[in-house]
Design a protein around this ligand. Sequence first.
Ligand code: SF4
Ligand code: SF4
Length: 385
Amino acid sequence: MSEETVSPCLEVTRTVADSGGKDMHKCMQCGLCAGLCPWRSVESPFSLRQVVHQLQLGVEGFESDDILFGCTQCRMCENNCPRGVATSAVVRAARAVLYQSGALPRTVSAALGNVRVEGNPMSGNRDARLDWTKKLDQPLAVEGDTAMFSCCVSSFDPRGQKSHRALTDVLRAVEPKISGFGPELSCCGGTLRAVGADDLFSELSEANRKVFEARGLKTLVVDSPHVYDSLLHDYFGEDQPPPFQIKHYTEFLAERLASGTLQMKTPFPKKVTYHDPCYLGKINNVFEPPRQLLRAVPGLELVEMPRNRFESLCCGGGGGRMWMETPADRRFGVLRVKEALATGAEVIATSCPYCVSMFEDGRIVLEAEEKIQVMDLSEIVRAAL
Ligand code: SF4
Ligand code: SF4
């Protein structure tokens, strides 16, 4: 019987630890993370426990697209790890080391290339950043201290643009002077951080901070949980609070609902289930504002999927996966649409452009276009105004 030998390379362990992954040393290899990970629900070679072990030992095997770059950074493991291992930081650190050596997955490299040149990962032209506004009833102002951040998916993807126009109508109904940004604003950089492109993130976030500063912002309403997470945690440093309010649109609208400024009077008589986006819910604890809004829609029946709030199943689009190919039988978005269908819901609602994109794909894969609709929450509120 032959015994396989491994050659540890402590240099790898040290480099990953020095890049922000030193929490790997706290791991006791219990395997809870691997059991809770959404990849357990599909055929996949990915196991976070194994990745962390390989990093601890400094042995090869973690580098491939479907291993290290499989993690969607959904935070299910980190929220439940008995040793409090900051798993997302460990994964990001290992990716940062690969990024330094130019070994990112091909499609992620292409997206990063477009961010470098055009300020977005969507193959869009920088000058077309405001093209989505052409179908608005009135042009969008690009000055004013209350503004909305339109993420790259909302600005360039046709489905994202559609729900973003609904959000703009809703925001204008409660805040008539709300403004936007033109080509001077770039991608929030959330994906760059997630895949370890820290130098590019610093460059981009610095440029965006200058845009915010020049505007004299008081409140920034963001459409995407990825933008929200990035701005809250990576733009201003942990001990330096942001110089203006940052609100996800569901928080902003729930406040306006409570104050009576947002009124929904048109019935929306459908059975709706709500999917918690990981970067809004599991990572930033915003669970109730979206539900408060849905409960206030006349005629709407809200039903929960068994996995909700902290147990919510990831859509599969975070952590850079939005820019990677996943075979149809491994897509979490397909599983999530199945879970939504099992509740009898006619609509799966969410509040993230990535999730909308993943679920639109999921219902096509399942040939369920006639059975269930995918809606951003802003589209439901728009219909109920
Ligand atoms: S749950 Fe935490 S301690 Fe357990 S294997 Fe995963 S990272 Fe290690
Ligand atoms: S963050 Fe999510 S996808 Fe990544 S290893 Fe943890 S549970 Fe799995």
